[in-house]
Ligand binder design. Structure first.
Ligand SMILES: Nc1nc2c(c(=O)[nH]1)N[C@H]1C(S)=C(S)[C@@H](COP(=O)(O)O)O[C@H]1N2
Ligand SMILES: [Mo]
Length: 396
């Protein structure tokens, strides 16, 4: 771990130099800094996908519970903007407030305003809706469109900031307030010749009053630019798109707000889904092994490690099958996300790995009673691949 810590520090300092316009810049970082992602994404930690980057599960240290920002996957619709925290202000307005009912009258909160409030922290799983998408093709033979993530579009982050409910209480919420639109400051999203405007998505006031969080940092450091600096929204347990980065404004409304990110995308379409499926909210149950694809495993007793998580509740049980699902044995839950909304680390002692190509299957159940199925429900955009992933290994 010591070496990776020093890599992280170096990456962080050099990034600060890039943002500050300093003359001395590491050449690979100078290239990265002109692209859609600003932080270093070394191949031993990440799989690049254009504007996005996936965390490699075989780079995850089983001794480390939290995902450092330097290691966290990146999902950008366009590219990471560099925002000046000194002039930044969050705008809050809408007819669901007692005052500031129009955008022209918006209340403005600088980072200093927010930091002077009651500070809090939140540990939660952060995951893209399309995590695991490639398995619609590779495991089920029905490819879905979108970034071909394996299972690494996920992390568990300790966010620092303020609860949105505290901010809303101080600005005076109309009892009829229903919906809040969060809008990012990144460039408008243009695809297929259509300009859909800034990345934005509405969420219910109920979620805002429950556990919605405004994060300015993680693990004692400011957010990295790629993860929303200087401020992002975090909706724990919900689809990643709900956690708007580079948060520019919150519009609080007494009517139901919409955006293409809850009407056109991030809803189930195609497959067996009805045409009017609701916008996706709570993430499903998923599991991953901390192992490379086709990893070499010795033909002697071997301890495998992995993690499971659910958007709805803590993980109650994890079972592993090494015989194609004929029999399942319990994994040992080593560290559960209990008082927080993080993932659960588990391990499995494989007593007699037989030489040859084998598969390791892990299946989790959460305390809401949801168990991973063997087949995920197909949909056009490949959301919510929650089926048991058949992880191939080579025993020798
Ligand atoms: N402003 C803005 N917010 C955004 C996005 C974006 O492109 N722009 N991507 C969303 C999606 S789809 C996901 S999965 C998460 C990814 O957050 P991360 O890059 O910090 O891991 O941010 C969400 N918030
Ligand atoms: Mo996402």
């Amino acid at each position: 771990m010591r070496s990776s810590t020093s890599i992280s520090r170096r990456g962080f300092l050099t990034l600060a130099a890039v943002v500050g316009g300093a003359a001395v810049v590491h050449p690979t970082l100078a290239v990265a800094a002109t692209g859609p992602i600003l932080k270093p994404i070394p191949p031993e930690w990440f799989v690049p996908f254009g504007t996005n980057a996936e965390m490699r599960w075989d780079s995850v240290d089983p001794r480390t519970y939290l995902t450092a920002q330097e290691r966290l996957f990146v999902r950008n619709h366009t590219s990471t903007p560099v925002i000046d925290a000194a002039t930044y202000a969050l705008k809050v307005f809408g007819d669901g407030l007692a005052t500031a009912r129009t955008e022209a009258d918006a209340l403005s909160f600088t980072l200093a305003d927010l930091r002077s409030r009651c500070r809090a922290s939140l540990t939660s799983v952060h995951e893209c809706t399309g995590n695991g998408r490639r398995f619609f093709a590779d495991q089920q033979g029905t490819p879905a469109s979108g970034t071909a993530w394996s299972l690494g579009a996920v992390g568990t982050v300790r966010w620092e900031g303020v609860w949105l409910r505290d901010l809303l209480a101080s600005v005076g919420l109309d009892p009829d307030a229903l919906s809040i639109q969060a809008t990012g400051l990144d460039d408008p999203y243009v695809t297929g010749g259509v300009d859909y405007g800034r990345v934005r998505r509405p969420f219910p006031v109920d979620k805002a009053l429950d556990d919605a969080f405004l994060a300015w940092g993680a693990d004692g450091a400011p957010l990295l630019p790629d993860h929303g600096y200087p401020l992002r929204l975090v909706l724990p347990g919900w689809v990643g798109i709900a956690s708007i980065k580079w948060l520019g404004s919150l519009e609080v409304s007494t009517s139901q707000l919409t955006s293409p990110w809850n009407t056109k995308w991030y809803r189930m379409t195609g497959g067996a889904f009805p045409v009017d499926s609701p916008p996706l909210t709570v993430n499903p149950v998923r599991s991953a092994l901390e192992l490379a694809w086709d990893a070499a495993i010795p033909a002697r007793p071997t301890r495998l490690t992995g993690r499971s998580w659910s958007g709805a509740a803590p993980i109650r049980r994890v079972e592993v099958s090494v015989d194609g699902g004929r029999s399942w044995r319990p994994a040992v839950l080593d560290r559960r996300g209990r008082d927080d909304q993080g993932w659960t680390q588990w391990s499995y002692q494989w007593a007699r790995p037989r030489p040859g190509r084998q598969e390791v299957w892990a299946r989790a159940t959460d305390e809401a009673g949801r168990t991973q199925p063997l087949v995920a429900a197909y949909n056009d955009n490949g959301y919510f691949f929650d089926a048991v992933v058949r992880h191939p290994v080579r025993v020798a």
